[in-house]
Design a protein around this ligand. Sequence first.
Ligand code: COA
Length: 696
Amino acid sequence: MKLQALFQPRSIAVIGASRREGSIGYMVVKGIIDSKFEGAIYPINPKADEILGIKAYPTMQDVPGEVDLAMLTVPVNAALEASEDAGRKGTKVLAVITSGFGEVGRRDLEEQLVEIGQRYGMAIVGPNIVGILNNPAKANASFSPYLPYPGSIALVSQSGALLIALDGMTWIDKIGISHMISIGNMADLDMADFIDALNEDPNTAAISLYVEGLKDGRKFLDAVKRSAKPVIALKAGTSKRGELATASHTGSLAGSTKVYSAAFKQFGVTIAKHLDELFVRSIALSMMKPLMGDNIAVITNGGGAGVLATDAAERYGIPLLDPPQELKDLFAQWMPAFGSPRNPVDMTGMAARREYKGAVLDALKHPWTDGAAVLYCETAVTDPQDIAEGIYEAYQEAGATKPVVVSYLGGERALKASEWMKSKGVPAYFDPDQAMSALGCLRDYGRYQAHRETSTFMPFDDVNPVKVGEIFAKARSEGRLDLSENEGDAVFQAYGLPVAPFRLAEDAEQAVEAANAIGYPVVVKIASPDILHKTEAKGVKVGLSNVEEVRQATAEVIANAKTYKANAKIDGVLVQKMAPKGGTEVIFGAIKDSTFQQTVMFGLGGIFVEVLKDVTFRVAPVSPQEARKMIAEIAAYPIIKGARGQKPRDEAALAEALSRLSQLVVDFPEIKELDANPVMVYEDGLLIVDSVIKLQ
Ligand code: COA
């Protein structure tokens, strides 16, 4: 609600409005005037009577009317006092352009700023911003030269300089913007607050973000989840590995970029890899409904453009399919005999308005088609504008429900026609790749919309958190944060995860007893809280099939452990049922990420995880449905599905186990990282054979 004052300000004060031409305090006032803001403008300056012809006031207390938005452009040493002044006046939103806060190590100043805001109920944008550019209110309250090209994309940026640069670009590429908001250090209002506010803003259809780093990833994801409008994000900055411990496999695989993109995908944030894509995708999502199925028609007048689009379609996850014969017959009417009614539908170079309109209308009206990409290469025998109008008519006559994107290749005439399309609300691009990227993200968003309701996590109730709590408490009481394998196995068991049966044995005789009870063959592993890398310590013997082998293996691993680490505390050995042959090795993991908190990981074991790092992450908890998507996402998925004559592995069991694991880490935020590795998956069921759990 408070941000309404930001989106629809009736008055704007500039604290630090300057008489000095070209200075920031001067340009902000000039920006507001030049953009034809219709509300009241209050320059605040203790030494000036007027600035740029507008009456100035010495302090905020002297301002006659209410102040919705105040821009702060005084130097940092005067910023806190000026903020107090603004707060006392009852200012609703204070946008702090001033630099010199947290970005230069002065977090303390930032905290004081937030404290002032809280005391007066005044929301704070920034500090360290270029300002706020508000097209609907015609307010350029920034030191960017002018308002952006008008439209319905809201752009929120952590980089101010980038925002200014993009402002100019929106006019060249005719990218329609509602608001451009520089959020700087996010001391108070952050990305999530703006997603919530923009979701309510009638002038915004899509929310576009330039993200460098989020402070509270969960808050961000919750806001995205609430948003009825698409959110598109360009995440800059690569992995902050330093933050992550690398003792577990999961830890070493988790870089922040990987977790960011996993979290974004999971919550339906459209990811853009670069600035161009940010706009390509924002335009599409701000103008079109999502693509609700995979059947797209690509209609073109040139084979080359068609081939490029076909290649791109595959890359963006919407490979072209063969339309039904009756639709191909309809397409055939609109082309000469040497055209092609298959997908891509190539009407060849003479296709004009009539043909384009006919083919696009046939495509959109047919129940098979979910959406269309229309490509046009400029020729001497056709008029790009005329064709654009034909395409637009077809889109309208078909009810404007199925998404259409356009690629117009050519010179000035083509560019003009393409701009006209955009002005009519049809996403139009130059490169067929851009058009397919647009359609691809509309499809991703459609898929997300379709499964959003079905994929809620329902906690399992046959779990035993009390037992887990006891295990953790015992480890802590012994001054340990690393759990032993039998403790880890017991934790997994308490959450209904299938662990290969095991028993702890103090000596060889107990080991034999355990093996007899479990059934052969068994594995004997050293049980010591001081030895995490058991193989390295020669602490594992597999395939033991009788009493004598168990007795001997126990003696050997204990001796090896003592050689490996003389002062290691040795609890004995873990005797575990040998997992049956024929299983596929996978890895489950979990790590507490500094931004998104608990996450879970899945991948194929062995070389796939070691060398190829073929793993996928999700923010926990995950429903079994979401877990199935994780499984299908890894490159080695065909192996799970059953490659080379092998029977498919038990995906349902995998999905349930991942979902249970995600519940475990959510229930126990003190778990810092965890591996179940390897996990053997069979045609029917799975078995965890080793575990690592580290507490915080
Ligand atoms: N209340 C009101 N006005 C005040 C004031 C106060 N408490 N204290 C000073 N002023 C006035 C000054 O008198 C001056 O007006 P004048 O030029 O007419 O005398 C005006 O405020 C500006 O102060 P000045 O000292 O000239 O500041 P400056 O223009 O050199 O720098 C900033 C101010 C905020 C622009 C600068 O400190 C800064 O932070 N720049 C970086 C901004 C930036 O890059 N942001 C992030 C982008 S990503």
